[in-house]
Design a protein around this ligand. Structure first.
Ligand code: SF4
Length: 238
């Protein structure tokens, strides 16, 4: 299989979450692509993320593929929607890349390993299955289940919540997250992270309509109000 010349120079592990990656698979002959995809020998990778803790149970290395069929409003990686934006990688190459982390993975997927971790930062996006799916395209349960597992262990936990005006700022929803967090007993802090537009350039560069184009970051008063809801449950929030 021919490999894209640009792709040879681009490391699989992204420098930052805002790495814009486009056209990395453009010069792979169409016939090669079709053959390899049909045989399952190749895929297109946007990047690898190591140490991801929110994409399924435990901590894992995640290979972000391109060619996503979803269109989440707040997506900060719209460059993953087009398959040829990714690096064409054979299965063998992907396994070789993953192999670099096998030691880390082996160590880090058991409760025994959680004993070596002194603090977990866990993102809770919104409350309610339908609302969570509408916002993220994913079910909330894997995240909530991980939180309960940490609580059972008495593992120190910080909850991270992104406040997006018009999407996650519903007071009743925030109150549900606060009640859940308080019920765990091991939450030491809640970080209310104001929405920002640092990923907007990706939508613009890719020419994709960005539903949050005119969404302003929340005001300090809105952030304070959200913190107040968590504090009302006896949680430290800022
Ligand atoms: S946020 Fe949604 S649209 Fe963006 S990559 Fe993830 S699933 Fe796809």
């Amino acid at each position: 299989m021919a490999q894209a010349s640009d792709a040879k120079r681009v490391p699989l592990e992204a420098k930052s979450p805002f790495d814009l990656r486009v056209d990395l698979g453009n010069d792979v002959p169409e016939t090669d692509v079709r053959t390899a995809l049909a045989q399952g020998d190749m895929g297109f990778l946007h990047s690898f993320t190591t140490g991801s803790a929110v994409d399924g149970p435990g901590i894992r290395v995640v290979g972000w593929t391109t060619g996503c069929m979803w269109r989440c409003q707040y997506c900060h990686n719209p460059d993953t929607w087009t398959m040829r934006n990714g690096i064409p990688v054979s299965v063998a190459q992907a396994l070789e890349e993953l192999g670099k982390y096998r030691h880390g993975l082996k160590i880090m997927s058991s409760d025994a390993d959680l004993d070596t971790i002194d603090l977990v930062l866990l993102g809770i996006k919104t409350w309610g299955r339908e609302r969570h799916r509408a916002l993220t395209g994913r079910d909330p349960e894997p995240t909530l289940e991980f939180a309960r597992r940490l609580a059972k262990r008495g593992q120190p936990l910080w909850v991270r919540f992104v406040l997006v005006p018009g999407l996650t700022d519903d007071a009743a929803d925030i109150a549900q997250i606060a009640t859940f967090a308080a019920s765990l007993g091991n939450v030491q802090r809640v970080e209310v992270l104001p929405f920002h537009q640092m990923g907007r350039f990706k939508w613009e560069t890719l020419g994709i309509r960005y539903a949050l184009e005119s969404t302003e970051p929340p005001s300090p008063a809105a952030v304070a109000a959200a913190c107040g809801i968590f504090r009302a449950q006896g949680l430290r929030a800022d």
